[in-house]
Ligand binder design. Structure first.
Ligand code: AHN
Ligand code: ZN
Length: 330
């Protein structure tokens, strides 16, 4: 029995060597498999609670007391989780000329390390349910369980875990404000795409650290929907193809291939676009561009974007995948 086992192991070694063409290559390959670091376990129950805590404030629309209260909660959570917190306050101008009292909330880990990874999501919510099937709801602010809270909730869970065990690189987690103030569908005046992602554009022009740079960035946008499918978003492919590759391959190897689909998903004007074009940090967007129910989900920019649409399994797939990626950066 023992000798048979030895023999088959030997033949396996020989076979591997031949199939790889050279001895050197095969040992390199083995090495890279062995060197994969096991990341901490993403706790989807914990992430779910962080999503719910935000939704419990009500809509987080700039210039409201709910927005202020939730911003304070988020900054406190990052501080509790050991991050160095920077608040970036700015008056930003909306498509309608309104001044938005905005706050970008930044949590930094290992700030002295020059090698960094940037993780981000928007924390504000849309003032209008302008995609609602019922016109009467067009002017109702949305709860944004998926559109807003899900990405931030997943990132708070990642912050909790980083505080327990630091990855090799420094990490910055940014909650951007005023992402979802792009002109509503019912607006008939002139407007531009640049009215989306106002907080991100501000930060990209005024980074919290002079000369800030990161190896890459990952945007979490609407990462909690049931049966979400994350296609490879076009701007991500254009500016950070290797990062897309890395993340989708990792997801596949972890068994999350049903969420991360190896197909083009079209372009989305989203926070990562301005991190790419203004801050020049290669960044990708994990965003569900083709759910069976169309686009970003049937509940997108409707009054139905509530905790009912959040599925812990989706939060887990995204959170675990990104953790495995960042803990394996050297
Ligand atoms: C556009 O619809 C142009 N961009 C979507 C960005 C977004 C809104 N993400 C969440 N809400
Ligand atoms: Zn939105």
């Amino acid at each position: 029995m023992k000798s048979y086992y030895m023999f088959s192991l030997m033949s396996l070694v020989v076979f591997t060597t031949i199939s790889c063409g050279s001895n050197k290559k095969s040992s390199e390959k083995t090495e890279s498999i062995e060197q994969q670091v096991k990341a901490p376990e993403f706790d989807a129950d914990s992430a779910y609670q962080y999503v719910k805590a935000q939704v419990d404030f009500g809509p987080r629309v700039p210039n409201t007391s709910e927005h202020v209260a939730c911003g304070n909660y988020l900054a406190k959570k990052l501080a509790d989780f050991g991050a160095t917190v920077t608040n970036q306050y700015a008056d930003l101008i909306g498509y309608d000329g309104k001044i938005l009292k905005a706050r970008n909330i930044i949590g930094s880990y290992n700030p002295e390390n020059k090698k960094r990874i940037l993780l981000f999501a928007h924390w504000d919510t849309r003032p209008w349910a302008d995609n609602d099937p019922d016109e009467k709801n067009y002017h109702t602010p949305i709860l944004g369980a998926n559109d807003g809270a899900s990405g931030v909730g997943a990132l708070l869970e990642i912050a909790r875990l980083i505080n327990q065990k630091q990855p090799e690189l420094g990490v910055d987690i940014i909650f951007f404000d005023a992402e979802d103030y792009g002109a509503p569908e019912f607006y008939e005046g002139k407007h531009k795409e640049e009215y989306w992602c106002l907080g991100t554009q501000y930060w990209a022009k005024n980074p919290h650290v002079q000369g800030y740079n990161a190896r890459f960035g990952i945007l979490f946008d609407m990462v909690g929907g049931k049966n979400a499918t994350f296609y490879k978003e076009s701007y991500s492919n254009k500016y950070a193809k290797n990062v897309v590759q890395k993340v989708w391959e990792k997801a596949n190897s972890l068994g999350y291939g049903n969420y991360f689909i190896d197909e083009d998903g079209g372009g989305v004007t989203d926070d990562h676009l301005f991190v790419n074009t203004i801050a020049r940090i290669p960044s990708i967007d994990i965003v569900p561009t083709d759910q069976k129910d169309g686009g970003f989900g049937y509940f997108w920019h409707t009054v139905n974007d509530t905790m009912d649409v959040i599925d812990k399994a989706t939060l887990k797939a995204v959170g675990q995948t990104v953790l495995e990626v960042i803990y394996n950066e050297k």
